[in-house]
Design a protein around this ligand. Structure first.
Ligand code: G3P
Length: 214
C-alpha cells in the first residue's frame, strides 16, 4: 500500500519524507487555510520536497471554473494531481482532464457508485472518506472494501485512496482491505512505528548492557 501524507504543513511533509516512507501528498482547502499561505506557492514548495503525486484541490464548484483552476494547478509541477469533488461537474471535469492526460483525484466520495462513475471517467485516484462516514454512524471501512470489490470485478484501474484516516487502526484496516493508497495525518504516520513493548524492550536491553559493562 502506498502512503501519502494529508497535510499542507511543509515541516511535516519534510519529516515524513525523511522517514523514507512517503509516496505522495494530499492537500485540501481546509488544510491550506490552516497554514495561512497561498495555495500555489505552497504547492511549489511541496513539489520540491516530494517527487510522487501531489493532490491540489479546486475551489470552484462549476465545470468551467474547475477546468481553469485545475489547469493552473497542473502547470506548477508534473506530479500535480488535480483534485475534484465527486459531483456531476467534477465528473465532467474528470473526463476532460483525463482526455488531456492530466491526472485527477476525485474527492469527497461517500458511496461506491460515485467510485464506479469516476473510474469510468478516467480518474487516477478516488478518495473515499472513512472517518467522516464513521462520524455519522456508518462504517467507513465497508466503503473501502466495497469499492475494492467493484474495481476488481471490472479491472478498473483507478486507485483507491483511503482518506479521512483518523488513527492507526484505520490505516491497518485499509491495508487489509486492499486500498491502493492511504493518506494520513503526520500523527498517524508516526504512531504506526510506536509500540510500548519496543520502548520498554530498548530500555531493558540498555539496562542489562550497562549492568554488565558499566
Ligand atoms: O484530505 C481529505 C481528508 O483526508 C480529510 O480528512 O479528517 O478532515 O475528515 P478529515
Amino acid at each position: 500500500m502506498e502512503l501519502y501524507i494529508d497535510t499542507a504543513n511543509i515541516d511535516e511533509i519534510r519529516q515524513a519524507h525523511d522517514m523514507g516512507v512517503l509516496d505522495g501528498v494530499t492537500t485540501n482547502p481546509s488544510l491550506i487555510a490552516k497554514e495561512g499561505v497561498k495555495y500555489a506557492s505552497r504547492l511549489e514548495e511541496i513539489c520540491k520536497v516530494v517527487s510522487g503525486p501531489v493532490s491540489a484541490e479546486v475551489i470552484a464548484t462549476d465545470y468551467a471554473g474547475m477546468m481553469k483552476e485545475g489547469i493552473e494547478h497542473s502547470k506548477i509541477a508534473p506530479q500535480i494531481v488535480v483534485k475534484l469533488p465527486c459531483t456531476l461537474d467534477g465528473l465532467k471535469a474528470c473526463r476532460s482532464f483525463s482526455d488531456q492526460g492530466i491526472k485527477t483525484n476525485l474527492t469527497l466520495c461517500f458511496q461506491s457508485l460515485q467510485a464506479l462513475m469516476v473510474a469510468k471517467a478516467g480518474a487516477f485516484l478516488v478518495s473515499p472518506f472513512i472517518g467522516r462516514l464513521d462520524d455519522i454512524g456508518q462504517d467507513g471501512m465497508a466503503l473501502i472494501r466495497e469499492i475494492r470489490q467493484v474495481y476488481d470485478n471490472y479491472g478498473l484501474r483507478t486507485k483507491v485512496l483511503a482518506a479521512s484516516v483518523r488513527h492507526t487502526n484505520h490505516l491497518l484496516q485499509c491495508a487489509l482491505a486492499g486500498a491502493d493508497v492511504a493518506t494520513c495525518p503526520f500523527s498517524v504516520i508516526k504512531s504506526s512505528m510506536i509500540h510500548p513493548l519496543t520502548d520498554s524492550g530498548i530500555k531493558k536491553f540498555l539496562e542489562d548492557y550497562r549492568k554488565a559493562f558499566g
